[in-house]
Design a protein around this ligand. Structure first.
Ligand SMILES: [Zn+2]
Length: 149
C-alpha cells in the first residue's frame, strides 16, 4: 500500500487543523465479480488528533479542482508556458505530419483552462502532480470543498 502513487496527497492541506492529507484505498467487490477501486483523501490529524475534517473521494476532489481551474486567475495556475509549449508541438505535428498548411494562433485562455481540465480528467498521476505543482497557492480542503490559500 505504501508504494502506491497518489496524485494529490502532498499538494493539499487540511483546512481545519493544517495537517497534511493522506490517501486511503478501498476495494469493493461487486455482485458480478468485478472490483471497484476507490481512493479517499483524508486529514492525517498530525496536528490535531481530534480533527473533524471529512474525507473527500478522488472523483469529488477532481470535480473540485476542475471548478477551481474555471474560477482562478490564469496566473494563479502558473501553467501558461507549459501549455504554450504543448500548443507549439501540436502545431508542428499538424503542419509536418498531417501536412496542414495553416498554423493555429497562440494558445488562448480557454485552451489553457481546457488543457488543465484534460490533464485532471485523463492525465497520468505524474502529469496531474506536475500540473498542480505549478499552482502559486497552497490547496486547502475543508468539508469536501477545495480552495486556494
Ligand atoms: Zn485536519
Amino acid at each position: 500500500m505504501e508504494t502506491k502513487e497518489f496524485a494529490f496527497t502532498r499538494l493539499i492541506k487540511c483546512g481545519i487543523c493544517g495537517s497534511g492529507i493522506t490517501a486511503e484505498e478501498k476495494y469493493k467487490k461487486l455482485a458480478d465479480g468485478t472490483v471497484n477501486r476507490h481512493v479517499y483523501y483524508i486529514c492525517t490529524k498530525s496536528r490535531n488528533i481530534d480533527c473533524k475534517n471529512r474525507y473527500i473521494n478522488e472523483k469529488g476532489l477532481i470535480d473540485e479542482l476542475i471548478r477551481l481551474v474555471d474560477e482562478v486567475h490564469l496566473d494563479e495556475l502558473g501553467i501558461k508556458e507549459k501549455v504554450s509549449h504543448e500548443f507549439k508541438r501540436y502545431n508542428h505535428f499538424r503542419t509536418s505530419v498531417l501536412n496542414e498548411t495553416k498554423e493555429e494562433k497562440e494558445a488562448e485562455d480557454v485552451d489553457i483552462r481546457n488543457y488543465a481540465k484534460y490533464i485532471l480528467r485523463k492525465g497520468s498521476v505524474i502529469e496531474k502532480r506536475e500540473l498542480l505543482a505549478h499552482l502559486r497557492s497552497q490547496l486547502i480542503v475543508e468539508d469536501k470543498k477545495l480552495r486556494l490559500e
